[in-house]
Ligand binder design. Structure first.
Ligand SMILES: Nc1nc2c(ncn2[C@@H]2O[C@H](COP(=O)(O)O)[C@@H](O)[C@H]2O)c(=O)[nH]1
Ligand SMILES: [Mn+2]
Length: 372
């Protein structure tokens, strides 16, 4: 554990690499009015003023900035049953398209069926979005705890689909509306503005969940596969906890069953199960490996070493669908911290155990002219 101040610590061994700026941001965050405690996950890294990879419990106040603009972002895992017995990843990668274009189905009905009243941003529903969002076909690498994994329907030969996306323009519009009036201020939970924010926030969380489900549906449809939901875990949200409000920005809940913690398109994803009471880890788990390099650093460093085309295959043999060269460089596996170290820190802290590891087979980011 790395102690930051009397209210803040990071769930990481002192030898794990955490950027000084991320520690500074966590200290600033723990000094906000009403903060009871702030806990950094081992994937902690700097954000826009406040760190990413943190859980912050606040009394009486909700801080929209601590949740950020991608309200409801999360990881959803599905088991995928492909027709035929042999997987041809390259052919499958070529067949996949269209996840960046507007869905032709009834998006309003899709949202309503999933509890989103007053549907909005319907044109973006079912689209992955930019940045580090992705839809990734994965194979089981190792089953560490077969008896715990079988109830999830996952076996040694299973294929799974991991979808990382959020509330797209909806979450952004909610934060923007807050900033226009209140700037960086928090809101009293028991105020009209606080209640309005929480209502809009909850809608964005449900929108994000419905979005991941639709992305998975489109992915499965485009390769003719059957889809079985395994888990959906949101990592950007604020929820009631122990009389206060638990803000999570890039942190998965510890009390909602198994969590998928991805590393990058070129490293393993860890399927973990929370252990212990969650107290020392802020009732949370890491949500990824966390950035090591900023996007501009990654572009500069990777451009020096590789041509974009060379990054379309990964060291683990995966295929990458990404027609945006900048994004290909920015999201290179080297731009992220080591996922094995992140997970080891959580395990050493008694926060989770590893059930299985998953290997990326096809990572879909963006295809230009996706509908052709
Ligand atoms: N398996 C993959 N993991 C990836 C990829 N791109 C990013 N990542 C990991 O996901 C988290 C997401 O972080 P967030 O703050 O945007 O929610 C990130 O930390 C990486 O570890 C990918 O293409 N495949
Ligand atoms: Mn996210």
């Amino acid at each position: 554990m790395i102690r930051i101040d009397e209210r803040a610590h990071i769930v990481a061994s002192p030898s794990s690499w955490i950027e000084g700026e991320a520690e500074r941001q966590l200290r600033t965050t723990s000094g906000l009015a009403g903060v009871r405690w702030a806990v950094g996950m081992p994937d902690l890294h700097p954000g826009k003023g406040h760190p990413i990879g943190a859980a912050i419990l606040v009394d009486g106040i909700v801080y929209p900035h601590l949740v950020g603009s991608d309200i409801g972002c999360g990881m959803a895992l599905f088991r995928l049953e492909l027709p035929g017995s042999k997987l041809n990843a390259e052919r499958l990668a070529k067949r996949l398209r269209g996840l960046e274009g507007t869905w032709e189905g009834d998006a309003e009905a899709w949202l309503r069926d999933r509890g989103v009243v007053d549907p909005s941003f319907v044109d973006a529903l079912g689209t992955i979005g930019g940045g580090n969002h992705f839809a990734e076909l994965q194979a089981v690498h190792e089953l560490a705890e077969p008896s715990a994994v079988h109830p999830l329907g996952i076996e040694k030969k299973s294929l799974v689909l991991l979808v990382h996306s959020g509330s797209r323009g909806l979450g952004e519009s909610i934060l923007r509306a807050h900033v226009a009036i209140y700037g960086a201020k928090g809101l009293e939970v028991d105020s009209t503005a606080g209640r309005d924010y929480l209502r809009a926030h909850d809608r964005a969380v449900m929108w994000g969940r419905a979005n991941r489900a639709l992305i998975a549906h489109r992915f499965a449809e485009s390769v003719g596969a059957d889809l079985h939901p395994v888990l959906d875990v949101c990592h950007n949200a604020v929820t009631p906890h122990d009389g206060g409000w638990l803000h999570r920005k890039g942190a998965a809940p510890h009390d909602q069953g198994p969590v998928a913690i991805p590393g990058s398109r070129g490293t393993l994803t860890y399927l973990v199960e929370p252990t212990g009471d969650g107290v020392s880890s802020g009732h949370s788990l890491a949500h990824g490996a966390g950035r090591k390099w900023t996007r501009s650093d990654a572009r500069a460093r990777m451009r020096d070493r590789f041509r974009a085309g060379e990054l379309l295959r990964t060291d683990l043999g995966g295929f990458v669908v990404c027609d945006d060269k900048d994004l290909l460089f920015e999201e290179a596996p080297d731009a992220y911290k080591r996922i094995d170290r992140v997970v080891a820190d959580l395990v050493d802290a008694g926060a989770c155990r590893v059930l299985a590891t998953l290997r990326p087979v096809v990572t879909y980011k963006i295809r230009k002219n996706g509908r052709e």
